[in-house]
Design a protein around this ligand. Structure first.
Ligand code: SF4
Length: 381
């Protein structure tokens, strides 16, 4: 596609035919959807409906979500950690503390600082690391990201990225450097709202972003993580589109691992408020609905959420979580001087978090991928 082409929602993502189901669902349809076993849009729409938010249905969905999670992922919770390489950004996303019109100190890690951050994170026990940057910027171009991946792959078995959308050729270079996966949130699938929220910058190009996960898989990535920023647009529109995106990729790239995250808008520099606020009860419903309709798909929850909610939902659909996260640049060695992308809600240590998991009968997993399986494997230090 043309990188500069603005978007309309493609037919294979359009949730419109199922939106009425969420409005019209009643108790009988919700009960039938919980009892069913298919992965259809109609079932998901029913499980996401206001009618399904009644305590009696949430309880039934939670039980089924827990049983499915246990069946497909055992009693494990895979742990990962984010590392912000740079908070320079040319983007103008209305909801983000790193937008170029937000005043806060900007920085990127020098090679020495990156090495120190990696060693500090490694000492915490992590083997699964997610590297993040802002939008493409002269201070942190693609060659900076590429070298950061190369350096990180010397220390960690699983290296993934959450950055701006890249071309197939750029994803291929990251694969060759040791990167195995990427996360990219469409934020909202509503193209009109998308244009309004992304006031300037490369991210403004809706289709270029929607097609990024497929480009990453074409470029040799093994996994992609998808999500919508809950609170930005109509949750029903975004969640059914997100589900369709997952199913599309699972069908066309059946060897790849597709995962889903559920980020809610958090407080950030700029103090942008969610227009379609999703509360914890609805967030739990969303996670249960996705687990019921995507039983084998990894579902991720970050430290954006409060400890009590995370403790309750671990293993009830969610099987992958971050902990001990910093959203500042350079925050693992000492308190960084830059502000974070958003405010973290769960500041617990790894030890406290793992103790909680074990008390619930869950096993924290720090490594579930061996670097020796990478293409063009760089040796671990
Ligand atoms: S969401 Fe990403 S591209 Fe947008 S302002 Fe924040 S860091 Fe920049």
């Amino acid at each position: 596609m043309n990188k500069h082409e603005m978007g309309t929602i493609p037919d294979w993502l359009d949730p419109t035919p199922w939106l009425a189901i969420t409005r019209e669902a009643d108790s009988a349809r919700v009960a039938a959807a919980i009892a069913a076993n298919d992965s259809s849009e109609a079932r998901l729409a029913t499980l996401l409906s206001p009618a399904a938010r009644q305590p009696i249905f949430l309880e039934k969905m939670a039980r089924k979500a827990q049983a499915l999670t246990r069946r497909h992922f055992g009693n494990t919770i895979a742990l990962y950690v984010p590392l912000y390489l740079s908070n320079y950004c040319t983007g103008g996303c209305a909801y983000c503390g790193f937008a170029s019109d937000r005043s806060q100190p900007r920085a990127k890690l020098s090679w020495q600082e990156l090495e120190e951050e990696l060693l500090a994170i490694k000492a915490l026990g992590f083997e699964d690391i997610l590297l993040l940057t802002g939008e493409r910027h002269k201070e942190a171009r693609f060659d900076y990201l590429l070298k950061s991946v190369q350096e990180t792959a010397k220390h960690f078995h699983n290296v993934t990225t959450e950055t701006y959308a890249l071309s197939v050729g750029e994803y291929r270079q990251l694969t060759d450097a040791g990167c195995t996966g990427m996360t990219i949130y469409q934020e909202t699938f509503d193209p009109v709202l998308y244009e309004k929220m992304h006031r300037w910058g490369e991210k403004r190009v809706y289709k270029w972003r929607i097609e990024a996960p497929a480009r990453a898989l074409e470029g040799g990535f093994r996994t992609v993580g998808l999500g919508a920023l809950l609170g930005l647009g109509d949750p029903m529109f975004d969640l059914i589109s997100l589900f369709r995106h997952v199913r599309f990729l699972q069908k066309h790239y059946w060897r790849a691992g597709i995962s889903v995250s559920f980020p809610r808008i958090c407080h950030q520099t700029g103090d942008w408020k969610a227009k379609h606020f999703v509360d914890e009860r609805q967030l739990a419903q969303i996670i249960f609905a996705f687990r019921l309709c995507l039983p084998e798909t990894p579902l991720t929850l970050s430290t954006r959420e409060e400890p009590a909610f995370r403790d309750g939902i671990a293993g009830l659909g969610i099987n992958r979580m971050s902990i001990a996260s910093k959203t500042t640049v350079g925050g693992y060695r000492h308190d960084a001087e830059t502000g974070g992308q958003f405010d973290i809600q769960d500041p617990r240590s790894i030890e406290a978090f793992c103790n909680m998991l074990r008390a619930k009968g869950l096993e924290p997993i720090f490594k579930n991928w061996e670097a020796v399986y990478r293409d063009g494997e760089p040796a671990l230090l």
